[in-house]
Design a protein around this ligand. Structure first.
Ligand code: SF4
Length: 386
């Protein structure tokens, strides 16, 4: 792989980082941690550099290595693990993450670990999902400001009102929601299993219509794949909603032969223009399996960086929409989170149990992973948005 730094100029990131506090491996700030790049640190960390050499300039490594070493030492001392979401920057994903993947995959991994502390490298709803599944463990999130436009588009009270307005219809809720929204839902879904869950719950309730919350675009993309009628909420992921079909046409013109992969949180016309649409895991699997020469991932920017780390033979064209919420998790605040053991996620047991049922009912549904791939050629159907 050519050793070229994408979107870097004079050692600094020149992408969208300016809008957020931490871009792609933004240089750790000098916060007087008194952490030196000494011989012990070198010995413990220098072998890790190769994995992130396309994202961290060599001359900046001495600024990262002491924090990486301090975090990895704290993890051992405190019996802690770090769950690193696919949208974390490559320094977090590749250097300190013990488990990597999508939000539900991470929460399920959390149930299998013997660690007593889990640090969520991700946003608030993900940390809540880990707490829902692992009530006996301490779940910490490094920044309370790591939210989500989808999760904040709806509350548990909204769901109660929807249930009153549409009695007899099941509520399918995307995992990208708060615990109180999950607790009011009949079943959860992910972007991998959304079509299967909609069909499963419609059959179970003997109805031909379901309510799907809160992502309007995911609901519309699901509706294209199934005869079940879908009623949607007006929530959107501010990262995926920004892509447009004209962006894809421009990118195809500029990069002949490029393969375009889209996340189903993108608008339906973007999905129609893509070559493949699926969850973050499905996209990552697609690249590993098909090894396209040139690929564009229409999803959060760090995802491309992280998939690129595992697929050095593929060239990634990066349209680069960063999630400002995800970028609030940094090496520094993970270090402080572990050191000071904050911020801890707590949920009332009554609420946790209700949310747990919605999540577990989903996990217990057997589904064909191919059903999680969205056929871009299917035409749009009418979806009522409430
Ligand atoms: S990428 Fe979208 S869905 Fe994910 S945390 Fe950011 S705003 Fe929320």
């Amino acid at each position: 792989m050519e050793n070229k730094l994408n979107n870097w100029e004079n050692g600094r990131w020149i992408g969208q980082t300016l809008e957020v506090e931490n871009g792609v491996c933004a240089l750790p700030a000098n916060k007087e941690y008194k952490l030196d790049y000494n011989d012990d640190v070198k010995l413990a960390t220098d072998h890790l550099y190769a994995g992130v050499s396309n994202f961290i300039p060599k001359f900046e490594w001495p600024a990262y290595a002491p924090l990486v070493h301090a975090i990895n030492t704290l993890k051992k001392d405190k019996n802690a693990v770090i769950l690193a979401h696919n949208y974390m920057t490559p320094d977090i994903f590749g250097l300190i993450g013990d488990y990597t993947g999508d939000s539900l995959g991470l929460a399920v991994e959390a149930t299998k670990t013997n660690a007593s502390i889990i640090v969520q490298g991700g946003v608030h709803f993900m940390a809540e999902t880990s707490k829902i599944l692992c009530p006996e463990k301490r779940i910490l999130i490094p920044s309370l400001r790591a939210g989500c436009s989808l999760a904040s588009s709806i509350t548990g009270e909204d769901v109660k009102l929807i249930k009153k307005k549409y009695p007899g219809l099941p509520i399918v809720t995307y995992v990208n929601t708060s615990a109180d929204v999950k607790a009011e839902s009949d079943i959860c879904c992910t972007s991998s299993n959304a079509v299967a869950i909609v069909e499963y719950i419609a059959k179970k309730w003997n109805v031909d219509k379901v309510i799907m919350l809160p992502d309007e675009y995911l609901a519309k993309n699901v509706a294209k794949q199934t005869p079940i009628e879908v009623i949607a909420w007006h929530g959107r992921c501010e990262v995926h909603a920004r892509f447009s079909s004209s962006d894809i046409k421009d990118m195809r013109e500029e990069n002949p032969g490029v393969v375009v992969l889209a996340h189903p949180e993108c608008p339906p016309d973007v999905v129609s223009e893509s070559d493949f649409t699926g969850s973050t895991k499905a996209m990552s699997d697609y690249v590993s399996k098909n090894k396209p020469k040139n690929v564009i991932l229409l999803t959060e920017c760090s995802m491309s960086d992280n998939v690129a780390m595992q697929n050095p033979e593929t060239k990634f064209v990066r349209p680069c929409n960063l999630c400002p919420h995800m970028k609030r998790i940094t090496l520094e605040n993970i270090y402080e989170c572990l050191r000071n053991e904050k911020y801890e996620i707590t949920l009332s047991e009554a609420l946790r149990k209700k949310a747990h049922k919605a999540v577990m009912d989903m996990i217990n549904v057997d589904f064909d992973p191919l059903k999680g791939h969205f056929d871009p050629s299917l035409s749009a159907t009418n979806v009522k948005v409430i």
